[in-house]
Design a protein around this ligand. Structure first.
Ligand code: ADP
Ligand code: MG
Length: 701
């Protein structure tokens, strides 16, 4: 593609220059193209802007005018109020910002302002702006009535101190026509395809984004740009998937039903519809020539382990080894135990390889793995260490993906001896919305277990204020009296001076010394040495401890059916998905379990926590979490600075768009994996020149 017009450094755009170019860098704008792709912060519809003389007390309104006078007014209470008189063709009104005297340095006489807020009665009418936009600076370029502000919609950009709103608006005024004339350089969708998708052409989309004539137009423009973002991300992932699963063939597993059928027959229950569906997907992958690289998602207790076991048996039937890797020793032991019980009727056994398997036992397992006498092994990282050799490994199941990280998954599966290309099944008990899963793990195929086996008793969840803590303890004691066990969870390990949060270490002392004096109370947190953590968890599992005081380290992994109560302190400090993971530690036995959230939340948090008490559906909770927290938070560290992975797309609302983008990306890679068809030249160029760097990390996950 070479050096296009849009590559022009921002410095050389009209009205920019070196100083403003520096300021633009803080907004991740380095080129003309970046300016085109800068996301407006908000839109105000001019039809909702009221003439100032029609603003009456009680309205919540938007007005626009010129600042006639301004100043800071002290009050008797010591509060300082910044005030301006705003004037338009129809009249004048006072705008007041109580407690914000510093605005005096930002807003000057003669400035053009757009303000939104309630109109109150206070020495006459006063508007108290919730938000304001400085449309034009007094006496500066672009000031003057009617210079670009007569459009129907006011567009505001994310200004900074060095680059106030009015400067940004001015820069767009001077350059947008030119930018739009070159927008087609970025176009990669043929018209017919684009129309099928109901999306505007790029030039059109940018016009709608930066100069909409109605606010709905801005949304149409955003959708197009969101599609592009999602498309290129899915394309990178589709290419990675192609590389992983098609280029070098996988194993064609042979299904004989020699083991699968007996397992079915030995189960005292029917598979759920979701389990049956997911197994069909897995069998299909495994018996085909393409290599399986699949992500299995399902809530705690949805029956993932059983699904994994059937898949492992399919590998065994065709004469291959099956390997299950867990993130902790305890989890590996639990899996080995669970699988062992299920396989007993089949006369099969499970080997266990963890760091604490040593000496002769370890030698024996290594030998068995290398010569193929062992067909089914469960373990930890110990499985991927030097000196471990497998014999025709056919399937690797990785439990709890997020604890491993993608690199470790790759280390396990790639770069081993010749011919080590087993199928891969990644399991996670952290429900995330489909749109987020397809974005984070788009190179994997996705299977979702969205149905719990029948007959479970849902955990009852209560929200209690801290003033009722004693009552909660009384309830816990009642459960303990019947021989049950309890978790008490805290947000911190240790108290700090800067916070008055309760912390596990101090609470452990208080609870064992004053509250549950006749009980065994253990302490578990992330700062303990691993052996100590392990010891405490085992003691709790074996019933030597009645109460476990803990931080979120218990989130994943521990399975103690006899634990029936969980009390979570400062519940408002946790994300909903995290609360859900925590709650999943109880309700694992037959009877009724309880989860009590102790919190004195503000209004927002209370709403959130109430959502949580009403449902135990992990996917519903994950969706609520995505809506409340926004996707930025969920991408975590992957999101850096002002250049987030997704600027236009919103995973909470754009799932349908994402599915379209994914379909198109996969279809393109299926028919033209090298993107060498001339029809795909533009896509290929854009991918290499525009998206490759940004999306690089997503290639591996
Ligand atoms: P997960 O790994 O998803 O947390 P598991 O596979 O450990 O769930 O299953 C949880 C429990 O439910 C196990 O005791 C398992 O035997 C049982 N189970 C699995 N599938 C079914 C089913 N279809 N009907 C009844 N119980 C089931
Ligand atoms: Mg296969």
């Amino acid at each position: 593609m070479g050096y296009g017009h849009l590559d022009r450094p921002a410095q050389f755009l009209k009205g920019v220059g070196p100083k403003r170019a520096d300021a633009l860098k803080k907004l991740a704008v380095g080129t003309a193209r970046d300016l085109l792709y800068l996301t407006p912060r908000r839109y105000d519809d001019a039809s909702t802007v009221r003439p100032i003389d029609t603003l009456h007390v009680g309205l919540d309104a938007t007005a626009r005018g010129r600042v006639r006078s301004s100043g800071v007014i002290p009050t008797r209470s010591g509060l300082r109020i910044f005030q301006v008189v705003l004037q338009d063709d129809s009249g004048m009104i006072t705008c007041a910002w109580p407690g914000q005297p510093w605005l005096d340095r930002k807003i000057r006489e003669g400035d053009q302002l757009l303000v939104t807020g309630p109109v109150k009665f206070f020495h006459g009418r006063q508007l108290h702006p919730r938000e304001f936009t400085l449309l034009a600076r007094a006496g500066k370029e672009g000031d003057g009535e009617g210079s670009g502000e007569e459009g129907q919609v006011f567009v505001s950009y994310p200004g900074t101190d060095d680059l106030p709103q009015w400067v940004l608006r001015r820069i767009y005024e001077l350059n947008l026509d030119w930018l739009l004339d070159h927008a087609h350089e970025e176009e990669y969708l043929p018209d017919d395809l684009r129309e099928d998708l109901g999306l505007p052409a790029l030039r059109d989309a940018f016009t709608k984004l930066h100069r909409p004539s109605r606010t709905e137009e801005a949304e149409e423009g955003r959708r197009r740009l969101a599609f592009d973002e999602l498309f290129f991300l899915q394309l990178v992932q589709a290419l990675a998937r192609h590389q992983e699963t098609e280029v070098e063939p996988g194993i064609v597993h042979t299904r004989t039903n020699r083991l699968i059928r007996p397992l079915h027959q030995s189960l005292p229950f029917q598979l759920t519809g979701a389990q049956a569906r997911v197994l069909r997907e897995i069998y299909q992958d495994m018996t085909s020539r393409r290599r399986m690289n699949r992500f299995l998602q399902g809530d705690v207790g949805a029956g993932k382990t059983l699904v994994a076991l059937f898949a492992m048996l399919l590998a065994l039937e065709g004469g291959h080894q099956a390997i299950l890797m867990a993130p902790t020793e305890l989890l590996a032991e639990q899996h080995a135990l669970k699988l062992g019980t299920l396989l007993e009727p089949l006369g099969l056994s499970v080997s266990l390889l963890t760091g604490s398997v040593k000496g002769q036992a370890r030698e024996d397992i290594l030998a068995g793995l290398a010569d193929g006498k062992i067909s089914l092994v469960v373990g930890t990282h110990a499985l991927i260490q030097e000196g471990v050799r497998f014999h025709q490994p056919g399937l690797v199941v990785v439990d709890e993906q997020h604890r491993f990280g993608v690199r470790q998954r790759m280390a396990l599966v790639e770069g081993r001896e010749e011919g080590f290309r087993p199928d891969v099944l990644v399991m996670s008990a952290t429900p995330i919305p489909r749109s987020l899963a397809l974005t984070l793990y788009g190179d994997l195929d996705l299977s979702i277990l969205d149905e719990l086996p029948p007959g479970r008793t849902p955990v009852k969840t209560l929200l209690r204020s801290s003033s009722r803590r004693d009552e909660v303890y009384a309830g816990v004691r009642k459960e303990l009296d019947t021989g049950r066990q309890a978790y008490l969870v805290y947000p911190l390990v240790e108290e700090t001076e800067s916070s008055d949060l309760r912390a596990a270490t101090q609470e452990h002392e208080r609870l064992s010394g004053e509250v549950f004096t006749d009980r065994q109370v253990g302490l578990l947190h992330g700062k303990l040495p691993p052996e100590e953590k392990d010891r405490v968890m085992r003691a709790f599992r074996d019933g030597e401890l009645d109460v476990l005081v803990a931080t979120t380290v218990i989130e994943v992994g521990i399975d103690v059916p006899n634990a029936t109560v969980m009390v979570i302190e400062h519940a408002e400090r946790f994300g909903l998905s995290q609360l859900h993971q925590l709650r999943g530690r109880v309700g694992r036995g037959g009877g009724q379990s309880w989860c009590v959230l102790i919190s004195d939340p503000g209004e927002m948090a209370a709403e959130r926590l109430k959502v949580f008490t009403r449902t135990t559906d992990g996917f519903e909770i994950a969706r609520a979490d995505l809506e409340i927290r926004g996707q930025g938070d969920l991408f975590g560290s992957q999101q850096h600075g002002r250049d987030p992975l997704l600027r236009f797309a919103d995973l909470a609302t754009d799932e349908a768009l994402l599915m379209e983008a994914r379909r198109l990306a996969r279809r393109m890679v299926d028919v033209d994996p090298q993107l060498e068809d001339p029809a795909h030249a533009r896509v290929r160029d854009l991918l290499e020149h525009r998206h490759a760097e940004r999306l690089k990390m997503w290639k591996v996950g």
